[in-house]
Design a protein around this ligand. Structure first.
Ligand SMILES: [Ca+2]
Length: 265
Protein backbone atom coordinates (compact mmCIF):
# COMPACT_ATOMS: atom_id res chain seq x y z
CA UNK A 1 0.00 0.00 0.00
CA UNK A 2 1.27 3.42 -0.94
CA UNK A 3 1.00 6.44 1.36
CA UNK A 4 -0.64 9.37 -0.45
CA UNK A 5 1.80 12.24 -1.12
CA UNK A 6 -0.11 14.76 1.03
CA UNK A 7 0.21 12.44 4.10
CA UNK A 8 3.95 12.11 3.57
CA UNK A 9 4.19 15.90 3.61
CA UNK A 10 2.19 16.09 6.85
CA UNK A 11 4.37 13.44 8.47
CA UNK A 12 7.57 15.15 7.37
CA UNK A 13 6.23 18.43 8.74
CA UNK A 14 5.55 16.85 12.13
CA UNK A 15 9.03 15.34 12.29
CA UNK A 16 10.52 18.70 11.33
CA UNK A 17 8.48 20.49 14.00
CA UNK A 18 9.63 18.03 16.69
CA UNK A 19 13.25 18.41 15.58
CA UNK A 20 12.98 22.18 15.80
CA UNK A 21 11.40 21.99 19.27
CA UNK A 22 14.14 19.66 20.52
CA UNK A 23 16.83 21.84 18.99
CA UNK A 24 15.25 24.84 20.70
CA UNK A 25 15.98 23.13 24.00
CA UNK A 26 12.50 21.96 24.92
CA UNK A 27 14.15 19.17 26.90
CA UNK A 28 16.44 21.36 28.99
CA UNK A 29 13.86 22.64 31.54
CA UNK A 30 13.11 18.99 32.32
CA UNK A 31 16.78 18.30 32.99
CA UNK A 32 17.02 21.40 35.16
CA UNK A 33 14.03 20.22 37.18
CA UNK A 34 15.62 16.80 37.65
CA UNK A 35 18.81 18.37 39.05
CA UNK A 36 16.69 20.06 41.71
CA UNK A 37 17.19 23.35 43.52
CA UNK A 38 20.41 24.21 45.33
CA UNK A 39 20.16 23.24 48.99
CA UNK A 40 22.25 25.00 51.66
CA UNK A 41 23.64 22.65 54.30
CA UNK A 42 25.44 25.16 56.57
CA UNK A 43 23.44 26.90 59.27
CA UNK A 44 24.23 30.59 59.81
CA UNK A 45 27.27 30.46 57.52
CA UNK A 46 27.17 34.25 57.06
CA UNK A 47 26.82 34.95 60.83
CA UNK A 48 23.87 37.21 60.08
CA UNK A 49 22.22 36.16 63.35
CA UNK A 50 24.99 38.25 64.95
CA UNK A 51 26.12 35.23 66.98
CA UNK A 52 27.33 31.63 66.67
CA UNK A 53 23.90 30.03 66.28
CA UNK A 54 24.35 26.63 64.62
CA UNK A 55 28.10 26.43 65.38
CA UNK A 56 30.12 24.54 67.99
CA UNK A 57 32.66 27.02 69.30
CA UNK A 58 36.14 26.41 70.75
CA UNK A 59 37.45 29.59 72.35
CA UNK A 60 41.03 30.73 72.62
CA UNK A 61 41.37 33.98 74.52
CA UNK A 62 39.07 36.52 72.87
CA UNK A 63 38.40 34.42 69.77
CA UNK A 64 36.46 33.54 67.74
CA UNK A 65 34.17 36.59 67.78
CA UNK A 66 31.27 37.67 65.59
CA UNK A 67 31.77 41.30 64.61
CA UNK A 68 30.48 43.87 62.13
CA UNK A 69 33.56 45.99 61.35
CA UNK A 70 35.01 43.80 58.60
CA UNK A 71 32.56 41.73 56.57
CA UNK A 72 32.48 40.17 53.12
CA UNK A 73 28.71 40.31 52.88
CA UNK A 74 25.83 41.37 55.10
CA UNK A 75 26.27 42.91 58.54
CA UNK A 76 28.46 40.32 60.30
CA UNK A 77 31.47 38.07 59.82
CA UNK A 78 33.62 36.05 62.20
CA UNK A 79 36.98 37.28 63.49
CA UNK A 80 38.81 34.00 63.99
CA UNK A 81 41.96 35.23 65.70
CA UNK A 82 44.77 37.77 65.89
CA UNK A 83 47.77 35.45 65.79
CA UNK A 84 48.97 36.85 69.08
CA UNK A 85 48.05 38.28 72.45
CA UNK A 86 44.27 38.04 71.93
CA UNK A 87 44.53 34.26 71.77
CA UNK A 88 46.95 33.89 74.67
CA UNK A 89 47.23 32.34 77.18
CA UNK A 90 44.95 29.58 75.99
CA UNK A 91 44.84 26.50 73.79
CA UNK A 92 46.06 28.55 70.84
CA UNK A 93 43.28 27.23 68.62
CA UNK A 94 40.05 29.13 68.07
CA UNK A 95 37.51 27.09 66.13
CA UNK A 96 33.98 26.91 64.90
CA UNK A 97 32.57 23.60 63.68
CA UNK A 98 29.39 22.16 62.29
CA UNK A 99 28.36 18.60 61.53
CA UNK A 100 27.08 18.23 57.98
CA UNK A 101 25.33 15.31 56.29
CA UNK A 102 25.24 15.16 52.50
CA UNK A 103 22.48 12.77 51.39
CA UNK A 104 23.25 10.03 48.87
CA UNK A 105 21.17 11.87 46.24
CA UNK A 106 23.17 15.13 46.56
CA UNK A 107 24.75 16.33 43.31
CA UNK A 108 27.71 18.66 42.76
CA UNK A 109 28.31 19.51 46.44
CA UNK A 110 30.54 22.54 46.87
CA UNK A 111 32.13 24.25 49.86
CA UNK A 112 32.51 28.01 49.45
CA UNK A 113 33.73 30.68 51.84
CA UNK A 114 35.30 34.11 51.93
CA UNK A 115 38.40 34.75 54.03
CA UNK A 116 40.66 37.65 54.83
CA UNK A 117 44.15 37.56 56.34
CA UNK A 118 45.34 40.97 57.42
CA UNK A 119 48.85 41.68 58.72
CA UNK A 120 49.29 44.53 61.15
CA UNK A 121 50.10 47.75 59.30
CA UNK A 122 53.68 47.96 58.05
CA UNK A 123 54.13 44.17 57.91
CA UNK A 124 52.25 43.45 54.66
CA UNK A 125 55.44 42.67 52.75
CA UNK A 126 56.67 40.01 55.14
CA UNK A 127 56.62 36.54 53.59
CA UNK A 128 56.57 33.37 55.60
CA UNK A 129 58.62 30.45 54.34
CA UNK A 130 57.35 27.70 56.56
CA UNK A 131 58.29 29.74 59.64
CA UNK A 132 54.83 31.16 60.32
CA UNK A 133 53.59 31.05 63.90
CA UNK A 134 49.93 31.49 63.09
CA UNK A 135 47.49 30.44 60.35
CA UNK A 136 43.91 29.96 59.29
CA UNK A 137 42.69 26.58 58.14
CA UNK A 138 39.50 24.84 57.07
CA UNK A 139 39.06 21.12 57.63
CA UNK A 140 36.60 18.50 56.43
CA UNK A 141 36.98 15.96 59.23
CA UNK A 142 40.81 15.76 59.32
CA UNK A 143 41.37 16.77 55.70
CA UNK A 144 42.75 20.28 55.27
CA UNK A 145 40.95 22.09 52.44
CA UNK A 146 42.29 25.61 53.05
CA UNK A 147 45.51 26.82 54.61
CA UNK A 148 46.26 30.56 54.73
CA UNK A 149 49.01 32.39 56.61
CA UNK A 150 50.03 35.22 54.29
CA UNK A 151 48.53 38.66 53.84
CA UNK A 152 45.57 38.06 51.51
CA UNK A 153 45.23 41.64 50.17
CA UNK A 154 41.49 41.78 50.66
CA UNK A 155 38.74 39.21 50.83
CA UNK A 156 39.39 36.02 48.88
CA UNK A 157 36.89 33.42 47.70
CA UNK A 158 37.72 29.79 48.30
CA UNK A 159 35.99 26.71 46.89
CA UNK A 160 36.35 22.99 47.46
CA UNK A 161 34.57 20.16 45.62
CA UNK A 162 32.92 17.85 48.17
CA UNK A 163 31.89 15.09 45.74
CA UNK A 164 33.84 12.48 47.71
CA UNK A 165 31.62 13.26 50.74
CA UNK A 166 28.28 12.51 49.07
CA UNK A 167 26.26 10.24 51.33
CA UNK A 168 28.53 10.97 54.31
CA UNK A 169 28.37 12.83 57.59
CA UNK A 170 31.42 14.94 58.37
CA UNK A 171 32.56 17.86 60.49
CA UNK A 172 33.32 21.18 58.86
CA UNK A 173 35.85 23.09 60.99
CA UNK A 174 37.18 26.61 60.50
CA UNK A 175 39.97 27.53 62.89
CA UNK A 176 42.90 29.80 63.51
CA UNK A 177 45.98 28.67 65.36
CA UNK A 178 48.70 30.36 67.36
CA UNK A 179 51.95 28.50 68.01
CA UNK A 180 53.58 30.71 70.63
CA UNK A 181 56.92 28.86 70.53
CA UNK A 182 57.08 29.33 66.76
CA UNK A 183 56.40 33.05 67.33
CA UNK A 184 59.36 33.29 69.71
CA UNK A 185 61.53 31.36 67.25
CA UNK A 186 60.52 33.77 64.46
CA UNK A 187 61.39 36.74 66.68
CA UNK A 188 64.83 35.28 67.39
CA UNK A 189 65.52 34.46 63.75
CA UNK A 190 64.25 37.78 62.35
CA UNK A 191 65.45 40.10 65.05
CA UNK A 192 61.96 41.56 65.18
CA UNK A 193 58.65 41.44 67.02
CA UNK A 194 55.87 39.07 66.13
CA UNK A 195 52.99 41.23 64.87
CA UNK A 196 49.21 40.76 64.96
CA UNK A 197 47.73 38.74 62.09
CA UNK A 198 43.96 39.04 61.89
CA UNK A 199 41.82 36.32 60.32
CA UNK A 200 38.25 36.87 59.18
CA UNK A 201 35.80 34.45 57.58
CA UNK A 202 32.32 34.99 56.11
CA UNK A 203 29.76 33.35 53.79
CA UNK A 204 30.61 29.76 54.70
CA UNK A 205 28.41 27.66 52.47
CA UNK A 206 27.98 24.05 51.41
CA UNK A 207 25.45 23.68 48.62
CA UNK A 208 24.35 20.76 46.51
CA UNK A 209 21.61 20.11 43.99
CA UNK A 210 19.75 16.85 43.54
CA UNK A 211 16.23 15.61 44.15
CA UNK A 212 15.30 13.46 47.12
CA UNK A 213 13.77 10.22 45.82
CA UNK A 214 10.13 9.86 46.80
CA UNK A 215 9.34 7.42 49.59
CA UNK A 216 7.91 4.14 48.23
CA UNK A 217 4.19 3.72 48.95
CA UNK A 218 3.65 1.84 52.24
CA UNK A 219 2.56 -1.73 51.40
CA UNK A 220 -0.08 -1.94 54.14
CA UNK A 221 -1.40 1.55 54.71
CA UNK A 222 -3.34 2.15 57.92
CA UNK A 223 -7.02 2.83 57.35
CA UNK A 224 -7.95 6.46 57.95
CA UNK A 225 -8.94 6.96 61.54
CA UNK A 226 -12.37 8.21 62.43
CA UNK A 227 -12.12 11.40 64.41
CA UNK A 228 -12.56 10.72 68.10
CA UNK A 229 -15.33 12.41 70.00
CA UNK A 230 -12.83 14.81 71.51
CA UNK A 231 -11.92 16.05 68.06
CA UNK A 232 -15.53 16.69 67.03
CA UNK A 233 -16.63 20.30 67.24
CA UNK A 234 -18.48 21.00 70.44
CA UNK A 235 -22.17 21.28 69.86
CA UNK A 236 -22.94 23.68 72.65
CA UNK A 237 -23.75 21.19 75.39
CA UNK A 238 -22.33 23.57 77.95
CA UNK A 239 -23.96 26.65 76.49
CA UNK A 240 -26.47 28.30 78.78
CA UNK A 241 -30.12 28.13 77.87
CA UNK A 242 -30.25 31.73 76.68
CA UNK A 243 -27.51 31.14 74.13
CA UNK A 244 -29.18 27.99 72.85
CA UNK A 245 -32.35 29.98 72.37
CA UNK A 246 -30.42 32.71 70.61
CA UNK A 247 -28.78 30.16 68.32
CA UNK A 248 -32.22 28.78 67.50
CA UNK A 249 -31.19 25.29 68.67
CA UNK A 250 -34.23 25.08 70.97
CA UNK A 251 -37.51 26.60 69.90
CA UNK A 252 -38.55 29.12 72.53
CA UNK A 253 -42.15 27.83 72.66
CA UNK A 254 -41.05 24.31 73.61
CA UNK A 255 -39.02 25.57 76.55
CA UNK A 256 -41.88 27.67 77.82
CA UNK A 257 -44.22 24.67 77.50
CA UNK A 258 -41.88 22.44 79.54
CA UNK A 259 -41.49 25.11 82.18
CA UNK A 260 -45.25 25.48 82.46
CA UNK A 261 -45.79 21.73 82.77
CA UNK A 262 -43.14 21.57 85.53
CA UNK A 263 -44.76 24.35 87.49
CA UNK A 264 -48.22 22.81 87.15
CA UNK A 265 -47.16 19.57 88.92
CA1 LIG B 1 28.06 37.90 56.71
Amino acid sequence: MQVPPQEITALTGLVLLLSVLLAAGLGSPLRAAAAGPLIEYVVNGGFETGDFSGWDVTESGLFPAVQGDLVSEGDYAVHMGDGGAGMYPSLGIAAIAQEITLPAWAEDPLLQLAFLVEFAEGNEDIEFEGDEWSWLEVLIDDQQVLYACSHSHGWQEHEYDLSEYIGKTFTLTVRSALDIEAAWAWEDANDGEAFPIRYYVDDISITASGVEPEEPEPTDPEPPKKPSKKELPRTGGTLPLGELLALGLIPGGAVLLRLRRKSSR
